[in-house]
Design a protein around this ligand. Structure first.
Ligand SMILES: Cc1cc2nc3c(=O)[nH]c(=O)nc-3n(C[C@H](O)[C@H](O)[C@H](O)COP(=O)(O)OP(=O)(O)OC[C@H]3O[C@@H](n4cnc5c(N)ncnc54)[C@H](O)[C@@H]3O)c2cc1C
Length: 871
């Protein structure tokens, strides 16, 4: 065992071996994997070995597609078989709602370039004869699905890594991790200490314990999971013989089961409702290659439905039941990336589908470690997406909820109840008393909308417009016509101070920093010129000789942004940064009467000339010390008022009392998001994400290329030059959609009638691309059924599927109903050459399988000149 390497990977499951391989492939060959026992001594050895590309997050789906495509390469490099069976698979729907869900998945697949197809139950039966097709209404076919040999695959990664020079040390538990003052890690093992620059936690079932070695409580929990193997089934053998094919995999949502052929019988696994965590607090170190006791009673309800749906399986004898643990994060996606607050401590854990996701996780993490950036939009699996509120008990409740809902439909307006309320503001009881329907915003209870008195404050979950529609409309109209108040405690808030504060922010942000008492809006870019943040920054003036800036940003990205800020703080202590979290809360008032309302609440002159649009002041409001921004995400005349939580009730009550004469109304987050749509304002994480540049994202006026220097400037300048030269690229647009009863939810494909017009390829640096993957399945196309859809042969082109003169040219990022202007609106990305074309007949957006006419609206529908906002 070497005593010093560049990086140590802890854990020899499929994920650790993939990370090791990808690091070596990226050029870091001086790397070592340390495994407690033998390779695959955690979850990996008893996995069912299924793989698929579909995932609710298109960016995670893209990495899953990469994983599947990698196996051939791995086999060639390592000489080790992965035991691949690329059978294809079908998700079967038993109800119209489930069919809507599949239609959505299929539509998403269109812009990802996936060859999914909607097919009939009889077509599924022709590929999986054990089912009774009468139980189903339809299905979605995915050719890039199958199963493999988990142990062979893990060893293939390991051998391929070793061939590239990586070292693997077995039977050697890591017992302690310490860090020297210079940042060097000491990985203490039973057989000695290895010093290294980077440590990667791939501890799988023990990832929590490895995290605890460095004082971090990672939000993950292992769940027991069962699958059964049947004896030989004559129908299966007969099918194999007559068709020359293996049966496909089938996922049955109603039965909460997945099933596929295994030898001459089938394998059938369940995600049962009565699920059971395993070792909820600590994982025993002596657990290894043993299995857990099967508990057939627990999965009996799923089996009952499953056997009814698949009578051919019921007749077969059960040969073996496997029960093994594997880990999940609260939302079911992996935890990947550098851990905030530590240097060079990385994790790749909670990978619940190691054989679908392991390759993508390894690729993204190795990119991140070697190049400083994952190269993909990995927000959906970034370890920074969880805050301090994701404690052990929170994780336990959420993981159980997630597991038991694995096959449930998640509706776009559905809030999940487990582990709530977690954090509340002082107004929580007031909001509940006013019949607010509350939502979870990064662990904080936030009012979404207000249900009428006497009705239950609850969403009727649906893909279509629902019971909030009329009420959100009322909240919007009250705000636009009079004045509204809402709680905005969920925004992220930071203070940056010290003599170096201005220079620090100037280097990080694309806009110029404001003068004292003024506010700017500014994106933040990474080195590749991609959007990694969007902030409101106020200059608070100097205090005790020190400049202070307040920053507001996206709630969910607080840890992600703190990690970025901290990594770039100068070492001389000249800049301090503080994240307020819920020690600072906020209320927003907006609408034509908001200025008069504020005037009644303060003794400061707030007339338009004294307190201008984009001004910042510290002032007393309703008798409480506050900070006030003259700015509003509603796009209307409005103010954001910030205070310590101890003052929030006082300020809120003062606003409500003084607002009475103006007919004030409370509004929730849904009304706020509806109002921002009619102003064409983007949102972080939907329109603005690390796959887009600032000019693509339409943030032009906030990017000051002539400013000295800022991170990503060079790439942004190139992007601007490309835009000016008319080179192919994407642009964010806003569209009016001819929707009937369902508005866009995000990720719908945008079709355009462009015939053979070629908008060229879009050059994306460093692996970033439009969210479609290259011809993943081309070499591995399932033989069972060839897709009828015709795909664009050019893997680097943005354009996707074709239907006559119509082609998929882009995708929706978000949208909904804009109540004040009474239009269904969508935002999304299309080729820049089309972005200002307001033609009526050019675009269609596919909503729940139906293509609706859409047209671009370049100017916002509400107050296009911004006169109301400026007052
Ligand atoms: C019954 C069952 C069925 C499944 N079916 C599928 C499926 O069909 N498809 C799919 O994709 N996934 C499936 N999974 C999930 C899959 O097994 C996991 O996603 C995957 O194994 C996770 O791999 P890992 O490398 O993260 O963790 P693990 O496999 O748990 O590996 C972690 C490794 O780290 C080592 N380690 C931990 N701590 C230390 C330390 N301190 N020092 C040294 N070494 C250490 C352990 O010994 C272990 O070998 C299934 C799981 C189960 C239980």
């Amino acid at each position: 065992m070497k005593s010093h390497v560049k990086a140590v990977v802890i854990g020899g499951g499929v994920v650790g071996c993939s990370v090791l391989y990808h690091l070596a492939r990226a050029g870091w060959t001086d790397v070592m994997l340390i495994e407690r026992s033998e390779l695959t001594s955690g979850s990996s050895w008893h996995a069912a070995g299924g793989f698929h590309t579909l995932n609710g997050d298109p960016n995670v789906a893209k990495l899953q597609a990469y994983t599947v495509q990698l196996y051939k390469e791995l086999e060639e490099i390592s000489g080790q078989s992965c035991g691949l069976h690329l059978t294809g698979g079908a998700m079967v729907a038993d109800s119209p709602e489930r069919m809507d869900f599949l239609r959505l998945g299929h539509a998403k697949g269109r812009y990802l370039g996936m060859d999914t197809e909607l097919i009939t139950p009889s077509e599924v039966k022709a590929m999986f004869p054990l089912m009774d097709e009468k139980n189903f209404v339809g299905a979605m076919w995915d050719p890039v699905e199958g199963h493999l040999d988990p142990s062979g695959t893990t060893h293939a990664y390991a051998k391929a890594a070793q061939k590239l020079g990586a070292e693997i040390v077995l039977r050697n538990p890591v017992t302690e991790l310490t860090q020297d003052a210079d940042g060097t890690w000491n990985v203490v093992t039973v057989n000695g200490t290895v010093r290294c620059e980077h440590v990667v936690n791939c501890g799988g079932l023990w990832a929590r314990e490895v995290g605890r070695m460095v004082g971090v409580e990672l939000p993950l929990l292992a769940m027991e999971h069962m699958y059964l193997l049947t004896e030989d089934i004559p129908e299966v053998m007969e099918f194999n013989k007559s068709t020359g094919r293996e049966m496909i995999g089938v996922m049955d949502f109603k039965g909460e089961i997945y099933t596929r052929q295994e030898r001459n019988g089938v394998l059938l696994g369940t995600y049962e409702k009565a699920c059971k965590p395993w070792s909820p607090v600590t994982t025993p170190w002596d657990f290894g290659h043993e299995l857990l006791q099967p508990d057939i009673d627990r999965i009996a309800p799923s089996l009952e439905v499953g056997f009814r749906h698949f009578p051919g399986i019921e007749k077969a004898g059960i040969k073996q039941i496997i029960n093994g643990p594997f880990t999940f994060a609260p939302d079911g996606n992996p935890l990947v990336g550098p851990v905030q607050g530590l240097t060079n401590f990385w994790c790749a854990c909670a990978v619940m589908a190691g054989f679908s996701q392991g390759g993508g996780v390894g690729l993204a993490l190795s990119n991140w470690m070697v190049n400083g950036d994952p190269g993909f939009d990995v927000w959906g699996m970034d370890v920074a997406r969880f805050g301090e509120w994701a404690t052990l008990r929170y994780t336990n409740a959420k993981v159980r909820e997630n597991y038991s809902r694995r096959f449930s439909i998640r509706f776009p307006n559905e809030e999940l109840p487990a582990a709530r309320p977690a954090q509340t503001t002082p107004l929580f009881d007031d909001m509940v008393a006013q019949n607010a329907v509350m939502g979870d915003s990064w662990g904080l209870e936030t009012p979404l909308w207000f249900a009428p008195e006497g009705t239950e404050p609850k969403d009727i979950v649906s893909y279509r417009r629902s019971n909030d529609f009329k009420n959100v409309g009322n909240e919007v109209r009250a705000t636009r016509e009079r004045v509204g108040v809402t709680e905005i405690a969920n925004f992220a808030k930071y203070e940056v101070s010290g003599p170096g504060a201005r220079a620090f922010l100037d280097h990080l942000m694309t806009n110029r920093m404001p003068k004292p008492g003024r506010i700017v809006l500014t994106p933040m870019l990474n080195e590749f010129g991609k959007l990694i943040g969007d902030f409101t920054i106020a200059n608070m003036g100097a205090k005790a000789g020190s400049v202070r800036f307040m920053i507001w940003g996206s709630s969910a990205a607080q840890k992600y942004h703190m990690r970025w800020f901290e990594q770039r703080l100068p070492g001389d202590g000249s800049v301090r940064i503080h994240r307020f979290d819920q020690t600072l809360v906020g209320l927003a008032i907006a609408g034509p009467k908001s200025q008069a309302l504020l005037a009644n609440l303060t003794d400061v002159d707030v007339s338009t000339s004294a307190f201008r649009f984009m001004d910042f002041r510290e002032m007393a409001v309703g008798g409480a010390p506050c900070m006030v921004n003259r700015i509003s995400y509603t796009g209307d005349l409005g103010y954001e008022i910030w205070m310590q939580p101890t003052y929030e009730r006082l300020v809120y009550q003062a606003i409500k009392e003084a607002g009475e004469e103006f007919g004030i109304a409370d509004f929730g987050m849904r009304a706020l998001l509806s109002m921002r749509l009619e102003k064409n304002f983007p949102t972080w994480y939907r329109e603005l994400r690390p796959i887009y540049g600032p000019f693509e994202g339409g943030m032009d006026r906030f990017v000051k290329l002539e400013k000295n220097d800022f991170i990503g400037r060079e790439a942004a300048a190139k992007e601007k030059a490309a835009l000016d030269a008319g080179q192919p690229m994407l642009r964010r647009v806003s569209m009016i959609v001819d929707a009937v009863d369902a508005d866009v939810m995000g990720d719908e494909p945008i079709w355009a009638k462009i015939g053979d017009t070629d908008y060229g390829t879009v050059e994306k640096p460093h692996g970033y691309g439009a969210p479609r993957f290259d011809s993943t399945g081309a070499a591995m196309q399932a033989t069972a059924k060839s897709p009828s859809s015709e795909t664009d042969g050019d893997a680097s082109a943005v354009l996707g599927l074709r239907d006559g003169d119509w082609r998929v040219v882009g995708w929706v990022t978000s949208g909904g109903y804009a109540h004040y202007v009474q239009a269904s609106l969508a935002q999304g990305y299309v080729p820049a050459a089309l972005a200002e074309n307001e033609s009526e007949d050019l675009f269609e957006i596919e909503i729940l399988g139906k293509r609706c006419k859409a047209r671009i609206n370049v100017e916002p529908l509400f107050d296009p000149a911004g006169e109301k906002m400026r007052g």
